[in-house]
Design a protein around this ligand. Structure first.
Ligand code: USQ
Length: 382
C-alpha cells in the first residue's frame, strides 16, 4: 500500500507511520505542527522529548533502513493537499489531522472557531482531493466514541435500524456530543456519509474511545522514536494523565462523581485497528463504521487501578474528586457493541496489572520533565 498519513506528528500519527513502514508499506506523513505549537502556546508540552518529523524519520531510517517521506504543511490549504495527492496517488489516506481536544475547543470562541474550521475543512479537502485524483482511494477517518454521547440505550456500531409506522430503514446511530470538538466529529461523519452517497467513495470512520499508553513495538527500539505524549488538562487523555499524576505525587483528578464510563484502548490497539481497516478496505459507496475500543471503564475504576498498582510500586497515590469542569452525565447507562474490529482480526491488549506496571516504568523515566502546573487549570464548559 501507499499510505498517506495526515497528522503524522501526533500521539497516534507518528506510531502509525512507523507501524505501516515496518510492515513494508510506503508511508508519506504530513503535519503542520499545530499540536506542538499549541502545547508551547498553552505551556503544556509533551512529557517525552520528541525530535521533529524530519529528524524522527532519519532516526527511523538509520535503525530500519526504511524511508518515510515527510511534508510540512496545512491541509486546510487545498492546493497543498492536492499537490501531495498528485505526487503520490495514495491507495489509503488516514485522517488524524484534526484539533483533537475537547477542552481546547471549549477555551473560548476563537479556539471553538479554529476547531470547527480546521476539522471540517480538512475533511472536506480530503474528500475533494480523493474525488479529483483517485476516487478509489480508501479514506480512514478518526472519529470518536464521544459522537454518540451517553444515551440511555445500547450503542450500536455506527448505524441503527428504525421501524416507524410499519416501515423500516437504517440510519446513522443518533449522535449527541459533549463538546464542540466532539460536535465537529459528528459533522465530519455526516459529511463523509453525504459524499459516500453522492460520489460513491470508500470510507471507514473509526469511533475511537480515549487511548492510553506510551509504548509500541516500534518506539521501544529507540527512545528517540517515542510518541508525543500529553498529560495536561487540554491534550492529555484521562488514564495518561492519571499515570503521570501518580508518578509526580499529584492527587488524581477525578471529575465529579467519577462514574462517567468510556470505552478505552491501548495505543498498540489503535495501530492494529487502523492497519486492519486499511488492509480490508470499505467497499465503494460504503461508509463503514467501527466502534474502536476494547474495554469500558468508569473513571473511578481507572483511578482505583492506578492507585493499586502505583501504591504497590512505592508511589503514594491519592485520589481527589474535584468539581467537574465539564457538563456531562456522571452516572449513566453504557453498553457499547464493538465486534467489527475483532471480526477483522483485532487481538486486544487489555489493561492488566502488568500493562499498568510497564506504563509506570516508562513514564517514570521522564519524571523530571513533568510540569505540575499543566495538570489542572479548570477549563469550564459553562
Ligand atoms: N476526566 C476526569 N479527570 C481528568 C480528565 C478527564 O475525570 O483529569 C474524565 C472526563 O470528565 C471524561 C472522561 O474522563 O468523562 C474522558 O475524558 P478524556 O479527557 O480522557 O477524553 P475526552 O475529552 O472525551 O477526549 C479524548 C480524546 C479525544 C477522543 C475522546 C474519545 O482527547 O480525541 O475523541 O477521548 S471519547 O472520550 O470516547 O469521546
Amino acid at each position: 500500500m501507499r499510505v498517506l498519513i495526515l497528522g503524522a506528528d501526533g500521539y497516534l500519527g507518528w506510531p502509525t507511520c512507523m507501524y505501516f513502514s515496518e510492515r513494508g508499506h510506503e508511508v508519506i506523513g504530513v503535519d503542520n505542527y499545530f499540536r506542538r505549537n499549541a502545547a508551547v502556546e498553552l505551556d503544556c508540552e509533551s512529557l517525552t522529548p520528541t525530535p521533529n518529523l524530519i529528524q524522527r524519520t532519519k532516526i527511523w531510517e538509520e535503525i530500519t533502513g526504511k524511508k518515510i517521506s515527510i511534508h510540512t504543511g496545512d491541509i486546510t490549504n487545498y492546493e497543498f493537499l492536492l499537490s501531495i495527492f498528485k505526487e503520490y496517488n495514495p491507495d489509503t489516506v488516514i485522517h488524524y489531522a484534526e484539533q483533537p481536544s475537547a477542552p481546547y475547543s471549549m477555551i473560548n470562541r476563537d479556539k471553538a472557531a479554529f476547531t470547527l474550521q480546521n476539522n471540517l475543512i480538512t475533511t472536506l479537502n480530503i474528500l475533494y482531493a480523493v474525488k479529483e485524483v483517485n476516487p478509489d482511494c480508501h479514506i480512514i477517518k478518526l472519529g470518536t466514541m464521544g459522537e454518540y454521547g451517553t444515551p440511555n440505550i445500547d450503542i450500536e456500531e455506527g448505524w441503527l435500524e428504525i421501524e416507524h409506522k410499519n416501515r423500516k430503514d437504517k440510519f446513522l446511530f443518533p449522535r449527541q456530543a459533549g463538546s464542540l470538538y466532539h460536535t465537529t466529529k459528528i459533522q465530519d461523519t455526516d459529511m463523509l456519509w453525504f459524499y459516500v452517497r453522492t460520489w460513491g467513495l470508500r470510507v471507514t470512520d473509526l469511533m475511537q474511545g480515549p487511548v492510553y499508553g506510551l509504548s509500541t513495538d516500534e518506539s521501544d527500539r529507540d527512545p528517540r522514536l517515542i510518541s508525543i505524549f500529553n498529560y495536561d488538562e487540554i491534550f492529555g487523555t484521562v488514564l495518561n494523565r492519571f499515570i503521570v499524576q501518580a508518578v509526580a505525587g499529584y492527587p488524581l483528578t477525578v471529575y465529579g462523581k467519577g462514574n462517567q464510563t468510556r470505552g478505552f484502548l491501548n495505543l498498540k490497539d489503535t495501530m492494529q485497528c487502523v492497519y486492519l481497516s486499511a488492509g480490508q478496505s470499505a467497499e465503494k459507496g460504503q461508509l463503514r463504521i467501527f466502534n474502536q475500543m476494547t474495554e469500558p471503564f468508569s473513571i473511578n475504576q481507572l483511578a482505583e487501578k492506578v492507585k493499586t498498582i502505583g501504591d504497590k510500586l512505592g508511589y503514594s497515590v491519592e485520589i481527589n474528586r474535584i468539581e467537574n469542569p465539564r457538563v456531562e452525565k456522571e452516572e449513566h447507562y453504557y453498553n457499547v457493541h464493538y465486534t467489527g474490529l475483532i471480526d477483522l482480526g483485532l487481538k486486544p491488549h487489555y489493561l492488566t496489572d502488568e500493562v499498568l506496571e510497564g506504563f509506570f516504568t516508562i513514564t517514570d523515566k521522564y519524571r523530571d520533565r513533568i510540569n505540575k502546573d499543566a495538570f489542572f487549570r479548570g477549563i469550564q464548559w459553562k
